[in-house]
Design a protein around this ligand. Structure first.
Ligand SMILES: Cc1cc2nc3c(=O)[nH]c(=O)nc-3n(C[C@H](O)[C@H](O)[C@H](O)COP(=O)(O)OP(=O)(O)OC[C@H]3O[C@@H](n4cnc5c(N)ncnc54)[C@H](O)[C@@H]3O)c2cc1C
Length: 306
């Protein structure tokens, strides 16, 4: 057990679902550990709930908790953000300039929503019929759009991997279609799923049951179809479409509603850290947390002093 000055047995970067679940799990097994979580936000977000907000089942506030209320007792919450890693000396540097030392480091700061990778998307998000359940402030707008939809063209997009929750782009679509069926406007609607991927879902066993809903709602599936630009004023989405021969072309589609799963990537401070290649005596743990299965995938990169 170590806690000397500003040093801990375990430092967790990011107090989201992954960070907090990992801390809880560790403390259940080794209650004496000195753990610090570095998390800049006062609010903790339950992101799977945003699908429900977009489907009119939750309101936004139900997906938000105070960070304090979800941080296990006895854990030190450092309200700051990590700006760089120094694994040779087992410490991280914070935005404030302070350093925090550790014996073991858990890096769980989530993914960056890269709206800038789609031309015009950031400017029009949350208006002009363009929405995303991936953004806290836009999920309620999805439900507004669904309720006010009078038929027309609705497009739901899915970017290339990586993106969080493989099901969320489709869940937004099926919940919307179900509401339109109840409202009696689905038969006047033209619903398209535009995915950069090659299939409806990455796990083949899931495809037949999903196809039942695709057929029920008469959804047109477009694969190899990657959103590259949005013109909110004209309500036109542009896709890079790759055909069976691998040829790529740009295709414009008009829409009345556009639900976007934004491209995602590592946060800048993680991308530039090149963590797995750094030498020295440390353990680095990357965690991806899957709430649905309550399974944590731990990728342990362990390098011992040569
Ligand atoms: C619409 C939607 C629906 C989903 N549905 C499901 C579902 O049904 N089932 C399922 O399993 N998963 C689902 N997911 C995925 C799941 O919610 C995420 O995978 C999960 O929330 C990720 O948790 P995380 O802790 O890795 O990241 P986050 O929850 O994003 O937390 C990362 C934390 O790190 C902090 N941070 C960022 N930068 C720094 C820094 N420099 N220093 C310190 N801290 C930092 C952030 O403030 C944040 O609090 C869904 C996601 C979305 C968006």
């Amino acid at each position: 057990m170590s806690e000397q000055g500003n040093s801990y047995d375990i430092v967790v970067v990011g107090g989201g679902s992954a960070g907090i679940a990992t801390i809880s799990s560790l403390l259940k097994r080794r209650y004496w550990l000195n753990i610090a979580v570095i998390e800049p936000k006062e609010e903790h977000h339950y992101q799977p709930g945003w699908t429900m907000v977009g489907g009119g089942i939750f309101v936004t506030d139900e997906t938000v908790r105070s960070q304090k209320s979800v941080t296990p007792k006895g854990v030190t919450w450092i309200k700051d953000e990590v700006s760089s890693f120094d694994p040779d000396n087992n410490n991280v540097t914070l935005k404030s300039g302070a350093t925090v030392g550790y014996d073991h480091l858990v890096v769980s700061p989530g993914l960056k929503l890269n709206l800038d990778a789609v031309e015009g998307l950031a400017e029009t998000m949350g208006k002009n019929g363009v929405t995303s359940n991936y953004i806290l402030d836009s999920a309620a707008y999805t439900w507004d759009l669904v309720q006010s939809f009078k038929g027309g063209k609705a497009i739901f997009t899915q970017p290339p991997l990586p993106f969080k929750c493989a099901g969320a782009p489709q869940k937004a679509m099926y919940l919307s279609c179900d509401e339109w069926l109840k409202m009696g406007v689905l038969e006047d609607s033209d619903v398209e799923f535009c995915s950069a991927g090659p299939a409806l879902f990455g796990v083949a066993d899931y495809i037949p049951p999903l196809m039942k809903y695709v057929d029920k709602y008469n959804i047109q599936l477009n694969f190899g179809c990657n959103l590259v630009a949005v013109d909110g004023d004209r309500k036109v989405a542009t896709f890079a479409v790759t055909d069976a021969d691998g040829k790529s072309s740009r295709v414009e589609k008009e829409f009345d509603m556009l639900h976007v799963c934004p491209p995602q990537c590592a946060l800048d401070f993680v991308a530039k850290a090149r963590l797995p290649r750094i030498t020295g005596f440390y353990q680095l743990i990357f965690i991806r947390f899957n709430i649905q299965n309550l399974v944590m995938f731990l990728v342990l990169v362990i390098q011992l002093r040569p």
